[in-house]
Design a protein around this ligand. Structure first.
Ligand SMILES: *Cc1c(COP(=O)(O)O)cnc(C)c1O
Length: 354
């Protein structure tokens, strides 16, 4: 039975990527060796790493602009502390838009003074704060572009003189932005780029080397840059599958092309959430995420019926995050429009039945 996978992460990747990845496990590059058994220092793998790094910069429009890409380990969660370790000398400014920002703030506090410029905690993170001030003497400003759990997304980023750091784990490569506004971008691969196990870091080299503390090698961006993202054994398979996904996206027409499809999908679903009296949106309309749509049933007693109908239709991964409840449809790049059409049809069928 065909599945429609709305899982929030790890999540759907393009079918052709799964196909190529599985072939490489058995016979990589037609060398009759598995990608899992060759040295990460061998030319075939070094080529993979270099291709993944350059594709990331190319797709973001950051080639030749002083940026470098790294594929590190430890997840986006490691970046919560690594960014602060490398960049926070005196004071940093953070925008708090949800669980992930909260966690980033907790880690950064270990390294210096922290200013929370604004927070949407007062309304359980159902909106994006606006009109806040970023102190000009901050070492950097940190924000989370897409709030995976609550389903909000920053549509307009602030203008500021201080370096901008952004956790783009759940919407990188999904929409066009002027990525050169950011000085450091990080993203766990498992939302929109590849399997769990590697994290993309895109950093403008000139912002590094300014803190006075000693940084352990594994946590020092400069050390990883100096070794072309091969300071230690990288997550070879996650990097390879990320490279395949980035290639797929490039062949698809890049971010501009996928953004159109992503808008189509989210419009389809939000229109139904708004139209259908059995469903209600959770977050402020203008801040709705195009990647993760959160919604609830207006009548809880229908949940068993709705869940059974979803299961019947092959819909997977629609449960809201355990901290929020309700439903969450994650519509990452690889999710076809058809899957959203199936979900909308089930919502309409429930309305007819109720
Ligand atoms: C999933 C997620 C994280 C956590 O990523 P890990 O790789 O599990 O550490 C951090 N930030 C955002 C926005 C996420 O969606």
């Amino acid at each position: 039975m065909k599945k429609h996978n709305f899982s929030a992460g790890p999540c759907i990747l393009p079918q052709e990527v799964f196909q190529k990845a599985s072939e490489a496990v058995l016979n990589f590059n037609n060398d009759h060796l598995s990608i899992l058994e060759i040295s990460h220092r061998s030319k075939p793998f070094v080529d993979v790493m270099e291709k993944a790094r350059s594709l990331a910069l190319e797709l973001l429009g950051l080639e030749g602009k002083g940026y470098k890409a790294l594929f590190l380990q430890g997840g986006a969660s490691m970046q919560f502390l690594m960014t602060a370790y490398n960049l926070l000398e005196n004071k940093a400014a953070y925008l708090n838009t949800g669980t992930w920002s909260d966690k980033a703030i907790k880690e950064a506090k270990l390294f210096g003074e922290l200013v929370e410029v604004a927070s949407s905690k007062d309304k359980n993170f159902t909106y994006i704060p606006k009109g806040y001030n970023i102190p000009t003497d901050a070492d950097y400003f940190h924000c989370t572009s897409n709030n995976t759990i609550f389903g909000t997304q920053i549509k307009h980023f602030p203008e500021t003189e201080v370096p901008m750091v952004c956790d783009m784990s759940s919407d990188i490569f999904s929409r066009q932005l002027d990525f050169s506004k950011f000085d450091l971008i990080y993203a766990g691969a498992q939302k929109n780029m590849g399997p769990a196990g590697t994290t993309l870091v895109v950093v403008k080299e000139e912002i590094l080397g300014k803190v006075s503390r000693t940084i352990p090698s594994m946590l020092d961006y400069k050390v990883h840059l100096g070794k072309d993202s091969m300071f230690n054994t990288p997550a070879v398979f996650p990097v390879y599958v990320s490279m395949l996904t980035l290639e797929w996206l490039k062949n698809f027409g890049g971010i501009a092309a996928i953004e159109k499809i992503n808008e189509q999908k989210s419009t389809l679903l939000y229109n139904e959430v708004d139209r259908n009296p059995l469903f209600a949106g959770v977050v402020a309309t203008e801040d709705r995420s195009h990647m993760n749509t959160t919604f609830t049933l207006t009548n809880d007693s229908l949940s068993e019926t709705f869940d059974a109908m979803c299961k019947e239709a092959g819909i997977n991964g629609l449960n809201g995050h355990r901290s929020v409840g309700g439903y969450r449809a994650s519509m990452y790049n690889a999710l076809p429009v058809e899957s959203v059409q199936v979900l909308v049809a089930v919502m309409q069928a429930l309305e007819k039945k109720a």
